[in-house]
Design a protein around this ligand. Structure first.
Ligand SMILES: Nc1ncnc2c1ncn2[C@@H]1O[C@H](COP(=O)(O)OP(=O)(O)OP(=O)(O)O)[C@@H](O)[C@H]1O
Ligand SMILES: [Mg+2]
Length: 295
């Protein structure tokens, strides 16, 4: 670990969240500054898979304690952008990232930054719930144990994470049972409990509700609004009602075909408060998409 890594940034997660924790859950978009106070930022972000230019020049700012939704038609690069934020694209051999991704003003692609450390601060929840083949308890305790996180009592920590993920009451009597024994919606909440167990600053969610029924989806949405009090959340969703229900700001992406190759490169069309994007968007392409005329 070097002094350039996010871990040693003065705004440590624990301190920042304790200081800025709000007593009540605000409604999406309520009390929102005009511009996000960014905890994370991309500047001229371009992503390539081999020769294929997947994402072109994305400039985005993600506000602290806000939920930012990334929306747009399939293949426009939403997951690609999301994965750049915690260097998950490092795991794709053909992927190449250009431009800058800043986390608390630190370049997460800087030469001295450890991607594992980045992922500790910027956790991820995937589309398909993917619990470890372990007990419910161990799913949550695994991360803190691996990184040697100091906790007064692991039992208390596991309980706290499961409570934060709104799962405790459903699992408190079967903590030793396999994570696989839970329903899909419960598994996704277990994955959220696992993601917050290492005390990240930011949680990335890639279509976390797409495999869930409306009741489980509603539970996760309530959970997101609660988690926003302590975390910054960036969510990819195809569900525009969901983006409108939970997010403070929305980024709309589309894909533009290259005239010669026909390859479709993703680009950011518009980024604004969610109420603006879904009310009076500035760009015709956004309007067409949210009104269902495209994509
Ligand atoms: N591992 C990969 N290797 C090569 N190309 C990829 C890879 N992952 C994504 N792509 C391509 O990059 C482009 C953007 O993909 P991405 O998955 O980011 O889109 P998306 O907006 O998340 O789509 P969806 O809504 O369908 O999930 C697509 O053309 C896709 O085929
Ligand atoms: Mg995707």
């Amino acid at each position: 670990m070097t002094s350039n890594t996010p871990k040693e940034h003065p705004v440590s997660n624990a301190t920042a969240t304790a200081e800025t924790k709000r007593p009540t859950v605000r409604n999406p978009g309520e009390d929102l500054p005009n511009q996000p106070l960014p905890v994370m930022e991309t500047r001229a972000l371009n992503v390539f898979y081999g020769d294929f230019h997947a994402v072109h020049d994305v400039d985005l700012k993600f506000g602290r304690h806000e939920i930012t939704a990334l929306i747009g038609p399939s293949g426009c690069g939403k997951s690609t952008v999301l994965r750049c934020l915690n260097r998950m694209n490092d795991l794709v051999p053909s992927a190449r990232v250009e431009g800058t991704v800043l986390y608390h003003d630190i370049d997460v692609y800087g030469p001295k930054v450890d991607p594992i450390e980045v992922r500790r601060h910027i956790g991820m929840v995937f589309q398909k719930a993917n619990p470890f083949p372990k007990s419910i308890y161990d799913n949550v305790a695994y991360g803190p144990r691996v990184i040697g996180m100091k906790v007064d009592s692991m039992d208390d920590h596991v309980e706290q994470c499961l409570r934060s993920a709104a799962l405790w009451d459903e699992v408190k009597d079967k903590l030793k049972e396999s994570g696989y024994s839970l329903s899909g919606g419960q598994q996704q909440r277990l994955c959220i409990a696992r993601a917050i167990a290492t005390k990240p600053d930011i949680i990335l969610m890639d279509e976390p509700c797409s495999a869930l029924d409306p009741i489980a989806t509603s539970a996760i949405e309530d959970l997101m609004l609660n988690l926003r009090e302590e975390y910054t959340i960036i969510i990819v969703t195809h569900n525009m009602q969901q983006a409108a229900r939970v997010s403070d700001r929305t980024a709309f992406f589309t894909a533009r075909p290259d005239e010669t190759t026909g390859n479709r490169t993703g680009l950011l069309v518009e980024f604004d408060k969610t109420s603006k994007i879904f009310g009076t968007p500035s760009d015709k392409r956004t309007e067409d998409y949210i009104s269902g005329r495209f994509g």
